[in-house]
Write a protein that binds this ligand. Structure first.
Ligand code: HEM
Ligand SMILES: [Cu+2]
Length: 489
């Protein structure tokens, strides 16, 4: 019992730090939009620092918070190391501080994608120190996540025999019956372990190459190889957030509807397909690189259509079925979880459009791209995170939600629809992404997005206030917790 409580303490810290960081990063997003819209006057170097910190901070914060979700539910089934979870959080904080100092004190502004040779080749916009603080900060942060996934992989292998069994391959092959399949949480976690261990390894390699190049520019790397490694990292790592977050969808809907989320072969095959596709399709970031082998780009395009779809379809269908006539009682937590499915589905459509080579050649560097990923990151992944925060608050305390929380729920949904919609409109107008200044005819959607962002910021502030109130009145006891019998190693 004591260990359940201390496990929950770590998870709460993951969510508090992740949620609070998201709130702060929204402010930078709003400032960027207001500046693009001509309302505010940021210097270009300031804009790019904001862009860098916003991209890095959002991906990092959503990743740590959703790792909290994965850690929380996965430890219902296997023994995760509490020390590793703590270590991951400490390395995260160290990495974040280094990144913040690199960006704001040493003006590193090469974007969260640190595309080689940009960290070195800044035309004196920043120096060696800023670049190295950023690169090593990312490396330390990545190391924390790597340890977390390796430990989770170890725990799954110990309990289920292998990662293949974690994905349910023995059920797919018919050696085991459906009812002995691993739970959805174990399947999703196994997928994320496989793709993210790969991603972080690629990322660490290219971060070190970049760092050496910054120290000694005579050391060079094939830029195409570097780009492949960079996107193998960035695409997969950012994508994995939603696959960790979706664990909250499975678990919370089961609990709220008091129905099991039945695992069958279709579900398992879908997750295996998305595992493979997620590893392969980062090549859609290279569709404009004509020197890439044609077969890789064609594969990148074809599989991008299919990437998340198998999991998305089984999950969206499952979510509809489990709720249908279940008499579920809606609250802010389950509402957010349901909205997250909507955000995910809606966000994927423009992404699929963009993954088409002919469209991509026109749209790829426009705001169409942030338009679609804000929909599934902010309304998909982040709504899963906020939904889980309401869920755990309800589980571990007697806190009640107020009318403010319901307003914030509606406000957040509208805000992200407005933000993503305005970015998509900008993209359709041909507005380039990552441009500090806009032509007058591009400004109106940016201002609209900025206003939508302010509504989002206020809503997230309400979510965080609720969570902090929960932490303060948390019950001393965790009795009545369904996971009492589960022990952490
Ligand atoms: C109300 C909330 C938000 C606002 C107002 C906002 C605003 C922005 C803006 C203005 C940009 C730059 C667009 C451009 O290229 O010109 C941007 C980029 C980005 N945002 Fe957000 N954002 C929000 C939420 C989020 C969330 C929740 C995530 C992820 C979890 C996220 C991740 C990113 C990423 C990865 C980039 C790309 C950075 C780059 O191009 O290097 N944002 N956002
Ligand atoms: Cu991608």
């Amino acid at each position: 019992m004591e260990s359940v409580k201390s496990r929950n303490n770590i998870v709460v810290s993951y969510l508090l730090i992740g949620g609070f960081t998201i709130l702060v990063m929204i402010i930078f997003g709003i400032l960027m939009l207001l500046s693009q819209g001509g309302v505010l006057d940021l210097s270009p170097s300031m804009f790019y620092q904001f862009l860098t910190i916003h991209g890095t901070g959002m991906v990092g914060a959503a990743a740590i918070a959703s790792a909290g979700i994965m850690g929380y539910f996965l430890s219902k089934y296997v023994n995760l190391s509490k020390n590793v979870m703590t270590l991951n959080l400490i390395l995260f904080l160290i990495g974040v501080v280094m990144v913040i100092i690199g960006v704001f004190s040493f003006e590193y502004a090469g974007s969260w994608t640190f595309l080689y040779p940009l960290p070195q080749l800044s035309a004196n916009a920043w120096g060696i120190v800023g670049a190295l603080l950023y690169l090593f900060g990312m490396l330390i942060l990545g190391a924390g996540f790597l340890l977390f996934y390796l430990d989770a992989g170890r725990a799954i292998m110990k309990h289920y025999g292998s990662l293949a069994k974690g994905l349910g391959w023995d059920v797919i092959s018919g050696k085991k019956t459906d009812d002995r399949a691993p739970s959805s949480t174990v399947v999703a976690s196994t997928m994320v372990i496989i793709v993210n261990v790969t991603a972080i390894t690629a990322g660490a390699t290219v971060l070190i190459m970049n760092a050496i190049h910054v120290i000694n520019p005579a050391f060079t790397v094939d830029p195409l190889l570097a780009k492949n490694l960079t996107y193998a990292f960035g695409h997969i790592f950012a994508n994995s957030i939603i696959y960790m977050g979706v664990i909250a969808v499975y678990e919370i809907l089961q609990e709220y509807t008091k129905r099991p989320w039945k695992i069958n072969k279709v579900f398992l095959i879908a997750w295996t397909m998305s595992t493979v596709f997620t590893l392969l399709i980062y090549t859609h970031h290279l569709l404009m690189d004509s020197v890439m082998p044609a077969w890789m780009l064609i594969m990148g395009q074809a599989l991008s259509y299919a990437n998340g779809l198998p999991v998305l379809v089984v999950t969206a269908y499952g979510a509809l079925m489990i709720v249908y006539k279940s008499g579920i009682r809606w609250d802010v937590g389950s509402g957010l979880i349901y909205v997250s499915m909507f955000g995910w589905v809606v966000g994927v459509v423009p992404a699929i459009v963009d993954a088409t080579i002919v469209v991509n050649q026109v749209m790829h560097n426009t705001k169409w791209v942030p338009g679609h990923f804000h929909m599934y990151m902010a309304l998909g992944a982040c709504a899963m995170i906020f939904g889980f925060m309401y869920y755990i608050a309800k589980q571990d305390s007697d806190i009640k939600t107020t009318i403010m929380d319901r307003f914030a729920f509606a406000g957040y949904t509208l805000s992200i629809l407005g933000l993503s919609g305005s970015l998509l409109v900008s993209g359709a107008l041909g507005t380039p992404r990552r441009w500090a200044s806009h032509l007058p005819e591009w400004m109106a959607p940016a201002v609209f997005g900025g206003i939508a962002g302010i509504l989002g910021m206020l809503s997230v502030a309400v979510f965080i206030v609720h969570f902090v109130r929960f932490i303060r009145r948390r019950k001393k006891m965790v009795s009545g917790n369904a996971f009492d019998d589960q022990q952490l190693a």
